[in-house]
Design a protein around this ligand. Structure first.
Ligand SMILES: [Cu+2]
Length: 69
């Protein structure tokens, strides 16, 4: 398993962070996602051989937020 901290902008409350968490964890390759709207971060534990950062970006943008690089 690999861990990455994604910087996400646009999350304003606990509802935002829990929806991002739910969407990330819906991916089979994601074991867990700890998302904080305060910090604007998601700490994701995942299998890097099965999912790419591009997919994370797609999920986050589809939810209406922005992945900062
Ligand atoms: Cu919100």
């Amino acid at each position: 398993m690999d861990t990455i901290t994604l910087k996400i902008s646009g999350m304003t409350c606990g509802g935002c962070s829990s929806s991002v968490k739910k969407l990330l964890e819906a991916e089979n390759a994601v074991q867990s996602a700890d998302v904080s709207h305060d910090k604007g971060e998601a700490e994701v534990t995942y299998d890097a051989s099965k999912i790419s950062i591009d997919r994370f970006e797609e999920i986050i943008e589809n939810a209406g937020f922005e992945l900062e690089s």
